[in-house]
Design a protein around this ligand. Structure first.
Ligand code: NAG
Ligand code: NAG
Ligand code: NAG
Ligand code: NAG
Ligand code: NAG
Ligand code: NAG
Ligand code: NAG
Ligand code: NAG
Ligand code: NAG
Ligand code: NAG
Ligand code: NAG
Ligand code: NAG
Length: 682
């Protein structure tokens, strides 16, 4: 097939050549396939921003060799270029490359991943395209403003990577190239010819694009700043003092999420320019370690520096908050908002505990030894020390207008930071993240409790014996079973199943494996209002100091009246925020039973919450309106049952039979309520 088609070409091409161009014979030695011609020259017609992707030498097959061509790995080197040939500066260029061959990026030069991720980077993680940003230069000026200085008008990213399943004849080029700047339109790439090594496209300004960016401050001479980023957590990197070889940075972590929380936060980043931390106040690095400097370029750069005093030379240091006891320490503390043991709370709980700050002295390296040359670190990561803390993903630092601080000596003037960057981090919930808490439902009209779902908080991989089923729905519980650990419920559940004529699955369903569970119990429902009882159970080995919880009540929110034993606040968006009353905000860990033959006892806290029907008329409390749609504990969204307790034939008479006053109802506490109340009070 192959041979015959070549033969055909050889036979007929000379005739064609005679008819068209006499110089054809010059190219015939390469086989007569015109796609073998060198890569197309850059489009001479581009008056916008030209994007090019060049593969250097195609892709090289690497070990391991496999039989499935789709799985075969190849190494490649490529260069992406962004050339501004237009009349407006391209600010903060970001090149979007949509890869096609499951590319893994192993090394990058002259640019960074916009999302700040570490290398090697799996590009299949990007839903659409992988974004590369200039580093250190980010703005591309115009040819007119620079007399066509390529250093100022062109951005480059050099990529070394691995890809899978390169096709036989086509080079593994990307599917598309575009700019992140929404004001440009980038046409799709032309279909590359066989063996071509390069693709290019020319992005033009979109005449229909509406610029909605707000100018931060027109009169500020240094107005080249971006709008501050938005997110669930904002990290500010303020340069408060700058010298040629070092600077002082004030790092502030601020909670912006309504239900976000961190306990014992761990903050880390990656230095991009070989910087190192000389000293720190208000926080400290997990590893005090200068060996990286002593054997690195830093020791050459600073031959007279006593490196035994250097705090940390790691490329990606991990920073921890200091405990409260260091707040007044003149050497280590004395920074506003410092030394809070890494606790960051939501504003609804305590506005004075929503942020943490620390200060550090950073030494720079050549070629940055100039007072105006400062790069913020990249790849910020933050996590909490409690398993209930949410996961955060941070973006790249954004240069914003310098923060203004009130004058330290109390004068009316403000002092401004030398430079400020902000990083936005958002709470991320991946489909693999399991809740850490779960909810049980019950009501006065039904003596069975709807339990937490089987494996609500995930099933441990190595369940000893694995004698339970991870997929069987959980079994209804008698109320008293709520008070003992799952492992000690079995006999109670079996007896209850027998009493209620429920089938007994074999094997029995697995536990919920949640550290915290919350019982929501409808206690009363009368014509003017209704009430519920909330009980928090801690099955963990750790205390929860300063806990908070939140519930989302879609139909009942407008009728919220009050909480009796917790401090409850309606905070908008159908959300009721609650914490323990002052001095009682402590959910203790699981403890031993009173005698050695008793099961372990969970930590418990309980309140009654009351609602009126005046402002939420027509609510069907028992039918579902009286149950929260979402429940959070310490910021973690709990697993909530999908069914409600049934009121067997009772519902029809509710309207008539329950025409009694609230006081009467509280007096007639039902069995479950009495039981829980009793067991907690005692
Ligand atoms: C890249 O990610 C995809 C999907 O997330 C995964 O299937 C693949 O194994 C990853 N590749 C490597 C080399 O880790
Ligand atoms: C992916 O790209 C398409 C077309 O460019 C766009 O419409 C879509 O919003 C993008 N999706 C995401 C998640 O960015
Ligand atoms: C590229 O090569 C394939 C396979 O050899 C062939 O079918 C196709 O026609 C070629 N395309 C061009 C544009 O030459
Ligand atoms: C949008 O307007 C702002 C303020 O005038 C300007 O700085 C920015 O460059 C504009 N962006 C685009 C894409 O035109
Ligand atoms: C803009 O910046 C200038 C100089 O820093 C300052 O005096 C002025 O108050 C700022 N204006 C606004 C609206 O922020
Ligand atoms: C720090 O010192 C101030 C003033 O002496 C005092 O009011 C405060 O309680 C001290 N804080 C701590 C945490 O010791
Ligand atoms: C600080 O946090 C650690 C780790 O959770 C904890 O063990 C310690 O008791 C906390 N210290 C204070 C003073 O709260
Ligand atoms: C309830 O919480 C709010 C917000 O944190 C607080 O201002 C108020 O003092 C608290 N009330 C009680 C009684 O603890
Ligand atoms: C520092 O950088 C500025 C701006 O790039 C330059 O004008 C100045 O000469 C540099 N100073 C030194 C000491 O290199
Ligand atoms: C965080 O979320 C906000 C919207 O709430 C979005 O504008 C921002 O780009 C997100 N940042 C990151 C780093 O995902
Ligand atoms: C309610 O939720 C919306 C969207 O999630 C948000 O923009 C708004 O700020 C929230 N309102 C309050 C009072 O938190
Ligand atoms: C409760 O369950 C645990 C774990 O299975 C067991 O060790 C303990 O003996 C049980 N306690 C009682 C009182 O049944």
């Amino acid at each position: 097939m192959e041979a015959s088609s070549k033969f055909f070409l050889l036979l007929f091409l000379p005739t064609l050549a005679l008819l068209t161009t006499p110089s054809y014979s010059q190219t015939t030695p390469t086989g007569g396939d015109d796609s073998l011609a060198p890569a197309p020259a850059p489009d001479p017609g581009c008056n916008g921003v030209q994007l090019t992707y060049d593969l250097w030498g195609g892709a090289t097959k690497i070990r391991p060799f496999v039989t499935d061509p789709k799985q075969q790995a190849y190494a490649f080197r490529a260069r992406g270029t962004v050339l501004n040939s237009g009349t407006t500066t391209l600010k903060s260029w970001a090149l979007l490359i949509k890869f096609k061959y499951k590319e893994i990026i192993v090394n990058l030069e002259k640019a960074v991943l916009t999302n700040g991720a570490d290398l090697p980077y799996n590009t299949t993680l990007d839903a659409n395209a992988t974004s590369f940003s200039g580093n250190p230069s980010t703005d591309l000026l115009t040819p007119i403003a620079t007399a066509n200085d390529f250093n100022l008008i062109q951005g480059t990213v050099d990529i070394v990577g691995t890809l899978f399943g390169a096709p036989e004849t086509l080079n593994p080029l990307p599917e598309s190239l575009s700019l992140a700047d929404p004001s440009y339109i980038c046409p799709p790439l032309p279909k590359p010819g066989n063996w071509s090594f390069s693709v290019t496209t020319c992005c033009m300004p979109d005449p229909k694009f509406k610029n909605t960016t707000v100018i931060t401050n027109i009169t500020d001479p240094r107005k080249d700043y971006k709008d501050p980023p938005h997110g669930d957590l904002i990290i500010s990197y303020d340069i408060t003092q700058a010298y040629a070889s070092s600077y002082l940075a004030l790092v502030t972590i601020e909670n912006k999420a309504r239900l976000g929380r961190l306990d014992n936060w761990h903050l880390s980043w990656t230095w991009k320019r070989n910087e190192f931390i000389y000293s720190m106040k208000g926080a400290y690095p997990l590893d005090v370690d200068a060996t990286g400097c002593i054997y690195g370029p830093q020791a050459t750069n600073y031959q007279n520096l006593d490196f035994s005093k250097v705090l940390n030379c790691q490329r990606s240091p991990v920073i921890l908050d200091l405990p409260l006891s260091h707040y007044n320490n003149t050497e280590l503390g004395r920074i506003n908002h410092c030394c809070r043991n890494g606790t960051i709370l939501p504003e609804a709980m305590d506005p004075t505990q929503t942020k943490s700050s620390f200060q550090m002295q950073v030494f720079k390296m050549t070629p940055d030894l100039n007072i105006t040359t400062i790069f913020p670190p990249a790849s910020f990561k933050i996590a909490g020390g409690s398993p209930l803390n949410p996961d955060y993903t941070c973006g790249a630092p954004v240069r914003v207008a310098p923060t203004e601080f009130p004058d330290p000596s109390g004068l009316e003037s403000n002092t401004s930071a030398f430079a400020t960057w902000k990083v936005a981090c958002n709470i991320t919930v991946s489909k693999d993240t399991k809740p850490k808490c779960c909810v049980t439902f019950s009501g006065f009209y039904n003596d069975s409790v709807i339990p937490c779902s089987t494996c609500a908080c995930g099933c441990p991989a190595n369940r000893a014996g694995s004698t339970c089923s991870t997929t069987t729905p959980p079994m209804l519980l008698p109320p008293e079973a709520l008070l003992v650990p799952f492992d000690n419920r079995t006999a109670k559940i079996k007896a209850w199943a027998e009493l209620k004529h429920l089938p007994l699955p074999n094997p029995m369903p697995c536990a919920d494996y949640c550290g915290v569970s919350i019982n929501w119990h409808i206690a009363t429902d009368y014509n003017k209002g209704w009430s519920a009882r909330i009980t928090l159970f801690n099955w963990d080995q750790v205390d929860f100091a300063n806990w908070f919880a939140a519930i989302v009540m879609d139909d009942a929110y407008d009728g919220y009246e009050k909480m009796y034993s917790f401090n409850g606040t309606a905070v908008g968006n159908n959300t009721i925020f609650m914490q323990g009353l002052e001095g009682l905000n402590y959910l203790v860990k699981m403890s031993n039973g009173s005698t050695s033959s008793d099961p372990m006892v969970p930590g418990k806290q309980q309140t009654v919450i009351s609602f009126t029907k005046k402002t939420a008329p027509g609510i069907n409390v028992i039918g579902g309106g009286g149950f929260p749609s979402k429940v959070y504990f310490n910021g973690d969204e709990c697993s909530v049952p999908t069914i409600f307790p049934q009121s067997a034939g009772f519902r029809n008479v509710v309207g008539l039979a329950r025409q009694v006053t609230c006081a009467d109802e509280i007096g007639k506490l039902d069995k479950i309520t009495k039981f829980l109340f009793w067991s907690i009070v005692v």
